[in-house]
Design a protein around this ligand. Structure first.
Ligand SMILES: Nc1ncnc2c1ncn2[C@@H]1O[C@H](COP(=O)(O)OP(=O)(O)OP(=O)(O)O)[C@@H](O)[C@H]1O
Length: 797
């Protein structure tokens, strides 16, 4: 056999060239095969190193975690080219927590803002899943919960960078995104970064999603997620998670509440508070000052501040969305010389991301924001944080100022306080080890913008309404603050504040009046109708306010969690705010809240009638309706009176509607003589019934008009849906706009949205419609028809 095998070889050797070619082909083939085998079996460098570390981890002491960390950093970061991102040395919180986390311990990590807590939990998340050889088939392995969408988005981006070489699937699950699309992918996702509301929504609604194999739960900004605003949502989420999981909690203001921690069923957690012994709780590179400024000077102060910091990157924090909305618009028009951006919870998700990215990119700009931007956001190179409104508490202060002076960088913070807030707030800050100095405003440097704002408001009605909402919303936020040592709404000078926003008259805030009455023990007798409010009414009113507040807090909410921007839920989150600070337009749904707020309608909204400017032209139709109505009132004209006759020949007035008795006739027969009391009662009932019907009609009419306006309003997206208003009830003055518009009576009859009350009471809609739909065919020519009609009319009169 050997011979037969060798014979061909000998044959080949006969032709050396052919022989060499054949040998070369064979050699190349073998070389290729070897290379292929080598390629498939050879581990990448970082994989080899990971193997080594894994072996070493078992015997390394916790104190040696610097070493572990450095190697981990090399494994995770260097291969992805992130050395450029300056992750060369671990920060203190990373050094101290990663070791415990890798040992599988539950960790409570606390360190100053900007100290690198994000990597302190992302590295263990990746490492843990890697060790478990997690694949997409294994489903959810790690869950990271953030209080705001922006923070979740930011964490997701960091994870994408540091986990570049891993094959895990990661998903961002936040409100405002396509729920269906998320539902289809979520069961294949290994690491989810989410906001609580949206996660719970998937737990409830997405059949394929389950978290029963979860290994690691991370709460970023843990104290915020554990606070009252998220309580129910978080409890529901935790119920769906396995008890065997590992839990990591991180925040710059970590909770120590045993009650909070018990909810999470932590197992012998390791508490790592890096800066516990530090002299201050804020970064050493942060310079902090506060100034006392009168409420009505704040806008001037802000404008002056921006004018003198044109080349800086600044974040300005406000108390509520409506303040941001209004002041953002007017500041854009004031053109301070620096680009102005706004970020708040009532923006659509796309807009929020756009603003976020825009501000990240810009080197000089000012961002007007609510507290949705207060926690965790890592905007690069922010020079200044200005707190236009006093923060809710010292923790909120610490997070807000933490948006600057991050990771060894410097920064400055300025807190603007009212005189009434100074003592209480500064005491809180001192208690929390915040070093802050008082500085004075230089009155000579103040630029006054009030007149310009007045001019803007005169030109644009919408702007004026925004200013009014801003006014009420700010007062509401102050009123609802828990700490009454700091926040006292009754100390605020309302007329001056309104004027500083460009308003000529302060809108009346009814809940304040009531609270004031209660405070001073004064009761008001309205001689009849509404009477004075009882203690109980007031209590339930306050409870209602508080209820709304806790709802809205759940997202600081106007804000934070607001996971529910998907159309349906969005309304829910908008509602509380709308209930409490609506204006100018009436809405049926708000009837129950009409006692909460109201405005001096005449004083506030008729200002522009005197200034006959362009707006008058735009509003021509509405104005003419008003004027006509007023004229009619003065001259005592009766408009559009229409009479028809019954078959018996009785005259029936159809328009304007007559006030009909609501008391059954029998009653009249029963009584003999004149019963004054009964008559009074009857009249009162009649009045009530008529008022009710008339009131409902007015609301529906306005509601319909608003709908029309909204359809035409292209500029304002969903933000403008907040506009809701209240009619004052019994003490309401006559509104001429409720009279029929002489120019529109005909057209309005064709409007399908006309309400039932009007139809039944006025009884004019049906007959008119019928007559136009089926005209009487007389068999005569048009001219003859006309003649006949004239004749008939002549004989009637
Ligand atoms: N080891 C490191 N080396 C260099 N830079 C780092 C390191 N770790 C984190 N950083 C950078 O420090 C900055 C702040 O980090 P991070 O956002 O994690 O802070 P934080 O402690 O979570 O702050 P906050 O309390 O405000 O949420 C980021 O820009 C991050 O890239």
């Amino acid at each position: 056999a050997k011979k037969t095998k060798s014979s061909p070889r000998t044959k080949i050797t006969d032709d050396p060239v052919k022989n060499f070619d054949k040998w070369k082909r064979k050699y190349n083939k073998t070389k290729k095969r070897v290379k292929l085998v080598q390629k498939t079996t050879k581990k990448r460098d970082w994989e080899v190193e990971r193997g080594n570390i894994q072996n070493k981890l078992d015997y390394l002491h916790v104190n040696k975690f610097t070493y572990v960390f450095l190697i981990l950093m090399m494994l995770l970061i260097m291969p992805s080219g992130l050395l450029e991102a300056q992750y060369r040395q671990p920060t203190e919180i990373q050094r101290q927590t990663i070791g415990f986390a890798l040992q599988g311990r539950d960790v409570l990590g606390a360190a100053k803002t900007g100290s690198g807590k994000t990597l302190a939990f992302l590295i263990p998340v990746l490492e843990c899943l890697y060790r478990e050889q997690w694949t997409s088939m294994d489903g959810l392995g790690a869950l990271i919960i953030s209080p705001t969408r922006e923070l979740a988005y930011q964490t997701f981006e960091v994870l994408r960078k540091v986990g570049k070489n891993h094959e895990f699937s990661a998903g961002l699950v936040i409100g405002g995104k396509d729920l269906k699309d998320e539902s289809e992918k979520i069961h294949r996702t290994n690491i989810i970064i989410c906001t609580p509301g949206r996660l719970l929504q998937h737990m409830d609604e997405t059949a394929t999603f389950h978290a029963s194999d979860l290994h690691m739960l991370v709460l970023d900004e843990a104290d915020r997620i554990l606070d009252m605003g998220f309580a129910d949502t978080l409890n529901a989420i935790i119920e769906n998670l396995p008890k065997t999981r590992q839990t990591l909690l991180f925040s710059a203001t970590q909770t120590k509440s045993v009650k909070d921690l018990a909810r999470l069923s932590l197992k012998n957690p390791e508490y790592v508070w890096v800066h516990e012994q530090a002299k201050f709780s804020t970064p050493a590179t942060l310079e902090q000052n506060y100034m006392v400024c009168e409420l009505h000077q704040k806008v001037n102060m802000l404008f002056s501040f921006l004018r003198s910091h044109l080349k800086k990157k600044i974040i300005v924090f406000f108390a509520c969305c409506k303040e941001v909305q209004y002041l953002f618009r007017v500041f854009c028009r004031l053109r301070p010389g620096i680009s102005v951006l706004a970020l708040h919870g009532k923006q659509q998700q796309m807009k929020r991301v756009e603003v976020y990215n825009d501000f990240v990119r810009k080197t000089s700009a000012v961002l007007f924001a609510t507290d949705i931007a207060a926690r965790g956001l890592d905007f690069p190179a922010v020079n200044w944080v200005l707190q236009f409104d006093c923060p809710e508490d010292a923790n909120t202060y610490i997070h807000r100022v933490g948006r600057t002076a991050r990771y060894k960088e410097g920064g400055e913070a300025l807190l603007v306080l009212l005189a009434s807030e100074e003592k209480g707030m500064i005491a809180q800050l001192q208690k929390k080890k915040v070093p802050i100095n008082k500085i004075e405003v230089n009155p000579e440097k103040l630029v006054f913008v009030q007149q310009k704002l007045e001019a803007f408001l005169a030109q644009e009605k919408e702007q004026k309404e925004r200013a009014q909402r801003c006014f009420v919303s700010y007062l509401r936020s102050v009123y609802l603050m828990k700490n009454k040592d700091v926040f006292d709404v009754f100390q605020l000078k309302l007329p001056e504040y309104a004027m500083s926003l460009g308003l000529a008259v302060a809108p009346r805030v009814r809940f304040l009046n009531k609270a004031q009455q209660q405070k001073s023990g004064v009761t008001q007798d309205n001689s009849g109708t509404a009477g004075h409010e009882s203690e109980d009414d007031l209590k339930s009113f306050k409870a209602q306010l508080k209820g709304e507040q806790s709802k809205s807090q759940s997202s600081q909410s106007e804000e934070e969690e607001d996971d529910d921007e998907d159309e349906n839920k969005d309304e829910e989150t908008l509602k509380p705010a709308a209930l409490l600070c609506g204006f100018n337009e009436e809405d049926e749904d708000d009837q129950k809240d009409q006692d909460l707020l109201t405005v001096k309608r005449k004083d506030v909204f008729n200002i522009n009638e005197e200034s006959q400017d362009d707006e008058a032209k735009n509003q021509k139709q509405k104005e003419s309706k008003f004027k006509d109505a007023k004229k009619i009132q003065k001259k005592n004209f009766r408009v559009n009176t229409k009479k028809i006759f019954t078959e018996e020949g009785e005259v029936v007035q159809q328009w304007p509607p007559l006030q009909k008795t609501v008391v059954p006739d029998e009653e009249e027969e029963e009584t003999s003589g004149i019963n004054v009391e009964a008559a009074k009662e009857r009249l009162r009932k009649e009045d009530q019934e008529f008022d009710k019907i008339e009131y409902r009609r007015k609301i529906k009419e306005k509601h319909r008009k608003k709908g029309d306006d909204d359809d035409n309003d292209d500029d304002d997206d969903d933000e403008e849906e907040e506009a809701v208003a209240y009619l004052s009830g019994a003490d309401e003055e006559f509104d001429p706009s409720t009279l029929p518009d002489p120019d529109k009576v005909d057209s309005s009859e064709d409007d399908d949205s006309d309400d039932e009350v009007q139809q039944t009471q006025v009884g004019k809609k049906k007959p008119r419609k019928e007559s136009t739909v089926t005209p009487l065919d007389t068999g005569l020519s048009l001219a003859e028809d006309e003649e006949l009609v004239l004749h008939l009319l002549g004989s009637h009169s």
